[in-house]
Design a binder for this molecule. Structure first.
Ligand code: NAD
Length: 311
């Protein structure tokens, strides 16, 4: 395989580059280093099978040039992280919509296989008891800037799907659910590395909201091979497939586990969503993937437990 990995200097992207190189493939990572870093790829420096290109997916000429020399595209570049999205929803829309169009169009034009990293956020706030007019599903509400990410990713899925139908582009959509592992930074709001950083520094662990929100955390080491397998599985093409862990915890329990595993003396402090992100912010009460489809298509089963992931 000769693969382009957009967002290859990011958390998941750098592990994907490692995985592909370890399996004998050639890899070009395209990244603007906005949230990713060269340090994530230090282990691949000097490897003749690997190249890092610093540039943006918004540069259609560059994207087309790189994709024309490859047969597979893993599209992971995106504006991510709750802070990034809430602070600058327009940037999130621009990168995640126009950037994706550039990458999909290049893959279709050059006959490359295509995988896009989508997100559980496209499901919206499915635990609502009833839908009111201001529900988080309404992407356009000015108070719901967070949903610029979900809305753009949802449209990305559609762009990829429609290209596939019209051009025959072999494409897979992976919906990642709270993926965690080494190199993930807590700077953009990701909860596990943020808690671990706070615990190791002896600072208060800040839980946003009540702490009763339920989540499942998946290991990057489980989902990266599964994503590659999906692209190798024709039955998975033109499908959106959930990938993530299935061990459910509340955020309060997560904070307790981080404190216990790090032996930290940090206190756990509760901060309202409003104080953390501003008025109008809400979050999903529960987010858990049904991974039946991924299992049926590839035998996917998350192997790492939450304690291993935190460690
Ligand atoms: P990340 O921030 O580490 O990776 C994103 C990468 O994209 C970064 O390296 C960043 O520098 C790069 N990037 C951003 N804008 C770019 C641009 N215009 N041109 C080129 N590169 C650009 O985050 P991640 O967690 O590794 O996310 C990777 C992908 O997986 C993203 O598409 C994200 O939406 C998706 N995803 C991740 C999770 C998760 O739990 N980590 C969950 C759902 C979806």
């Amino acid at each position: 395989m000769k693969a382009v990995v957009t967002g290859g200097a990011g958390f998941i992207g750098s592990h994907l580059c490692d995985h592909l190189i370890a399996h004998g493939h050639q890899v070009v990572a395209l990244d603007d280093l906005s949230t990713g870093s060269e340090a994530n790829l230090a282990q691949l420096r000097g490897n003749p099978a690997f190249t890092l290109v610093r540039g943006s997916i918004l540069d259609a000429g560059l994207v087309g040039d790189l994709v024309s020399r490859c047969d597979t595209v893993f599209h992971l570049a995106a504006a991510v992280g709750v802070h990034t999205i809430v602070d600058d929803p327009l940037r999130s829309l621009r990168t995640n919509l126009h950037g994706t169009e550039n990458v999909v169009e290049a893959a279709a034009a050059h006959g490359a296989r295509f995988l896009i990293a989508s997100t559980s956020e496209v499901y919206g706030k499915n635990d609502a008891d009833g839908l009111t007019e201001d529900a988080d599903r309404v992407y356009g509400s000015p108070l719901k800037s967070r949903w610029s990410y979900a809305a753009a990713k949802g449209l990305d899925e559609l762009v990829a799907y429609v290209h596939s139908v019209h051009t025959g582009l072999p494409c897979v959509i992976t919906r990642f659910f709270n993926i965690v592992g080494p190199r993930q930074t807590g700077r953009y709001g990701m909860v596990v590395p943020r808690f671990v950083d706070q615990a190791l520094a002896g600072e208060p662990i800040t839980v946003y909201g009540s702490g009763d929100q339920r989540r499942c955390f998946g290991s990057v080491f489980d989902v990266v091979p599964a994503a590659v397998r999906l692209l190798d599985t024709p039955e998975a093409h033109r499908r959106a497939v959930n990938l993530g862990g299935t061990e459910e915890v509340t955020i309060r329990e997560l904070a307790d586990r981080v404190v216990a595993l790090t032996g930290s003396s940090s206190e756990i402090r509760y901060v309202s969503y409003e104080d953390a992100y501003g008025a109008g912010y809400e979050d999903m009460r529960r987010r858990m993937p049904d991974i039946t489809l991924a299992h049926r298509l590839t035998g996917f089963r998350p192997r790492r437990r939450l304690d291993d992931i935190i460690a």
